[in-house]
Design a protein around this ligand. Sequence first.
Ligand code: ZN
Length: 742
Amino acid sequence: MKKASVKVQEVTCNRTPIEKSCISLNFNNEKHENLYNNVNLNIIKLVQNNLNQKLMKTLYQDPQTKSISNEYKNNLIYYYVFILSYLISLGAFAFLLHNINYLSKTHLEIHITCLSIIGFISILTLILLFKSQKVLLNSRNAFLIIASCLNFYLILADERILHKFTGENLSEKQLPLSLGLICTIVLSRIILFDYFFYIFILGTPTLIIFFSSHLAISGYSSYSIFSEGSLITLFISLQMIECYRADFRIKQIFYRREQEAVEDSSKLTKKDSLPIPGINTEVENILVKCNTITKNLKHISQVVIYKDLKRLLKKSLTNIDKIKRKVAHGGFETGRVELSPALDDDDRVYITQNFLGLNSTNNLNQQRSLFDLSERAISFPFSRYGVNELECILAGVGKNWSFDIFFVYESTGHSISMVSKYLLQKWNFFDSYLYVSKKDSEKAKILEELATKYFSELESAYFQNFYHNACHASDVLHSMLYFVLNTDIIKNLGSLDLLAVVIAALGHDVGHPALTNRFLVNNRDTLAIQYNDNSVLENMHCSLTFSIMNKPGCNFLEDLSSSEWFTLRKLIIEMIMETDMSKHFEILAKFRTRSIVLSDFNISIIEDKCAILAMGLKCADIAHSAKDNDLHIKWSKLVTEEFFAQGDMEKQRKQTVSMYCDREITDVPKSQMGFLKNICLPLYEVWCKYLNTEVINNTTLKCLKNNLAYWESMIKKRKGTVLIPVYPTASEMNLKRHQSEF
Ligand SMILES: [Zn+2]
């Protein structure tokens, strides 16, 4: 068997004291080399030393109140009752002996002085103990000194030694001082919590001084001294052995308890070091690892006592913090998204296709514009109704989470015009919010008319798609306002910011062709060519939102100063551009890091305001997942139908059908469950945590979880049965639409 030969080698290095004395153990056995190389023995000693200090603190001090611990209080009572009564009775006994002429006046004075000094020091220590924490923690040194003084007195004040110093006659009777030596050891064990080291340095010199003083000074070498001395030696030795055992036991229990605590905390660290559940970017994982390193370093710096090493650790902590901030603020461009291996295969394809940029695998078709969806004429029963007639219902916008936009649309044929007009009127926007400095009611009226025209044009620029239509835009505005008006966000928004929110929400999907970015790029659509395959739809929505303003009679923002205009434009562009789902994980990761890991959002800074409002709009864009179950099912049906229509088109073009777009094979509950679980829930959890508002948690998150449970129950119900599409087919839907026309 090959034995590992250990070679202890001093490493000479002149930097830190710990490095100077660093001992590296070199194992010839290669297998063990990595494990045992450069083990710093000093560190082990330091840990033990620190544990000893911690043990002492635990014994003497209550960790919560930082005052004297209960055990120590009890010990103090025993100690003081005994020692004071012993000192008093010795004094009284000395007076008695003096009265019957067995003790000279000089000796009496010496005894009384020594006893008074020891009594005074003891009481002073007791008072200071209660007054100062420093004295409390160092009190065992004080008690060691008191016990040593007492022992000195007990040995040297023995009549047989004292008479040599004073020259008085040796008395026949004397004070029982030797008995006191035994009592001191017992009392010290109580007050020092059986701390062996102190008992040892108290007991051993006591015995040495006892024997040497009697032999050298008193000159007694009689049998009585030896028998007395051996009895004391025997008792003190037994006390020391017992003390050693007790001390060892206490330390063993304490170390074990500490080890368990460290193991528990390391378990926690291990748990923390796992990435945040869900789908994370590379950068986010780096930040989580940074946090683990920070935690470990903090733990180490608690144990280490050398100042220069502590300084080094502190510097490292600051550097890690700097790295974290740098990575969080600027490093997301290169962050790759890491999909969890636990993800369902279909969901993985769906997320890769729609939430992680584009990968073109489709057969390519000839270039054509896709803006040829014909408008469908539908009549509405209350199309003549205006804002005033529907005021009670419109009052729910931004207030009542389950506000039903379908009702407004189905009764009037309008959604954007109604909602925008209602809000601007309700807020008395042009009169009191905008252009306050140039208060002019005539001007306000003109502006209001221009705005009405603008929003009406915006509405008509929406196609009557199943899902991406004006109703969706109005619903997104409602959800967005719900987040803004029910939280502190509103306190930090000016009138222009609020207007930016309204325009961005209402315009965020304008001109949507009911096809995905991926489809447009793969089919080399003119839009994809125009916007260089980059967030094609979002660029188009944004551009269209502003270009409608240039239509005659629509520019209600003409009078804005250039700085106002650029702020408004920046906010709107950022909000709309961030609704691009292919950037979902990057945006979520960045927001999560800023809001939860760093907690450094400052809404008064324009960049942070942009990020917060953009996140709000992003959440509002998929808010149907967090709405009441009936509303959610309605929206889900519509979005699925829009996907299926694209799937039909892909089939027609003999292209690979996008995931969850094939009406014949798509398992709708499964696809919805995946969407809610992987996309919506993580997003809403982060957003709600940031908003930190009970009302919003109770409505949004609760509904979202409820909807998730609904789809899960659907899957369970259908398990083992034949797969049947849950929703009506497009032809059935069209039939229903035509029926409603008659
Ligand atoms: Zn949208």
